[in-house]
Design a protein around this ligand. Structure first.
Ligand code: SAM
Length: 225
């Protein structure tokens, strides 16, 4: 059996009893970065063999995991933060397990976009989750498409601190200056913050905004505010 187990996105207390019990009972834990995950596992005194599984894991590595499952091992899959499969590796493995008719389950738990949506104050009944924008080509086309077709939705995207300025610039090129956006930063950590305003206000005030740490960017529906 494979268990997909969400882990904290900053605050180590954000983990369910079931997640801890699962990590304690499995034979092996698959993680993106074994050194990173060791901090969490040490905190909860979980000592298990760790095997690396990340976005570059290939078919051979997936076949190895399948072999282990077939031989009767119980395995947990975690990522560096939050829910595996949400802008993190999981899908290729789950697809393979599905094809092999092997048993797996997904535990509910921490993920960044849900608290970000709630903190933003934007409508949560209809939202579009992008995850990361394409790194190079296709960003402008995607944003234009959202402006034309997703006016009724709150749009949620993940962004790294290195690209946040570039992304704000590109949003300003496409969306109207009055469009409301929220920058939700460092969720569950000491410097957690939700900065909200029109695109124009936020870009004009950029020098007063800390553009460090991890960000979720939200774009409000067209007629909001
Ligand atoms: N699997 C994770 C989840 O369930 O949300 C997402 C992992 S993805 C590789 C990392 C991105 O998630 C970051 O660049 C940021 O956009 C967002 N993120 C993760 N932790 C965050 C936090 N504590 N505060 C704000 N955003 C966060």
């Amino acid at each position: 059996m494979l268990y997909i187990v969400p882990t904290p996105i900053g605050n180590l207390e954000d983990i369910t009893f079931r997640a801890i019990n699962t990590l304690k009972k499995v034979d092996r834990i698959l993680c993106e970065d074994t050194r990173h995950s060791k901090r969490l596992l040490d905190h909860y005194e979980i000592k298990k063999p760790l095997t690396s599984f990340h976005s570059h894991s290939n078919e051979k590595q997936i076949a190895n995991i399948i072999e282990k499952l077939k031989s009767g091992e119980n395995i947990a899959l975690i990522s560096d933060a939050g829910t595996p499969g949400i802008s993190d590796p999981a899908w290729a493995l789950v697809k393979a397990l599905h094809e092999e008719k092997l048993e797996y389950t997904a535990l509910p738990g921490p993920t960044a976009f849900v608290p970000a949506l709630n903190l933003s104050g934007f409508p949560t009944d209809r939202f579009f989750f992008q995850g990361f924008l394409p790194l190079k080509k296709g960003r402008q086309t995607l944003l234009k498409n959202w402006k034309e077709n997703l006016g009724d939705y709150t749009i949620v995207l993940y962004e790294s601190p290195h690209r946040i300025e570039k992304t704000l610039g590109q949003l300003s090129d496409i969306f109207e200056p009055t469009r409301q956006i929220a920058l939700v930063r460092e969720l569950t950590k000491i410097h957690e913050e939700c900065i909200r305003g029109s695109l124009e206000e936020i870009t004009e005030n950029k020098s007063n905004i800390t553009l460090k740490g991890e960000f979720v960017v939200l774009i409000a529906p067209e007629n909001f505010g």
